[in-house]
Write a protein that binds this ligand. Structure first.
Ligand code: SF4
Ligand code: SF4
Length: 222
């Protein structure tokens, strides 16, 4: 098994590079909308109906009507492409699920109608000790404890049989059917979707960077 920490630092390094390229690309699109001979900055505060304000409005409009749709469309392509890959039944995702929420917090969220929490609490139960979880995927736990702020809780599903089969396969919830639904998650190499993740990760990183950058610009322009 590869050292997950080096995989993770590579991901962070790659993300930083992609983030910078994405900032430059978005900045070029903002500059392309800038009125001719106008010398202001996109983050200045402009009067209502001024040239600067019209430029800001055009930029926000481009964010909402062009770039956001591009992000959505590309993300859907990534998810559809996942269909070319299959689960290999390694059972890691049934045996080790982690959450920033405690069992009590998840139950409370489920009671208030949170769909993910409802599904999660319908199958997963917490490991009694961190050491029990550690036996399943030690590298992953090491990585989490070194990189995650705050508590992380570990769960497993009692519906998994000793021969790594789901005893309630037909009725498994969507979170099982669609796992993994984010190529930016860390997956074990044993996962049938590992190659999918590797292939689409650069695009997923770019889309993630786009969302972060758009939020930043929208907040500052407001
Ligand atoms: S319900 Fe089945 S597929 Fe879902 S986590 Fe449990 S054992 Fe795995
Ligand atoms: S980790 Fe991947 S291959 Fe293993 S059971 Fe889950 S989805 Fe299937």
């Amino acid at each position: 098994m590869k050292d997950l920490n080096s995989v993770y630092s590579n991901m962070k390094k790659k993300y930083r590079e992609i983030f910078q390229k994405t900032v430059n690309a978005i900045q070029s699109r903002i500059d392309a909308l800038k009125p001719l001979n106008f010398d202001g900055d996109i983050f200045y505060s402009y009067e209502e109906n001024s040239v600067g304000r019209q430029w800001q409005n055009a930029v926000v409009d481009m964010f909402e009507n062009d770039i956001s749709h591009e992000i959505y469309r590309k993300w859907q392509e990534i998810i559809s492409y996942r269909e070319k890959y299959n689960c290999k039944g390694c059972a890691t995702c049934c045996n080790l699920a982690c959450s920033e929420f405690s069992p009590k917090e998840l139950e409370d969220k489920a009671k208030t109608g949170d769909n993910f929490a409802k599904q999660f609490t319908s199958i997963f139960i917490p490991y009694e000790t961190k050491e029990d979880a550690e036996k399943i995927y030690p590298e992953y736990l090491k990585l989490l404890s070194e990189n995650k702020d705050g508590e992380v809780y570990f769960y497993h599903c009692p519906k998994l049989t000793d021969c790594k089969r789901c005893s309630d396969y037909e009725n498994r919830p969507d979170i099982c059917r669609h796992f993994p639904d984010n190529p930016l998650d860390i997956l074990p190499e044993s996962c049938g979707f590992y190659e999918w993740k590797k292939e689409v990760e650069p695009v997923a990183m770019m889309l993630h960077a786009m969302v972060e950058i758009l939020e930043y610009y929208k907040e500052k322009i407001k």
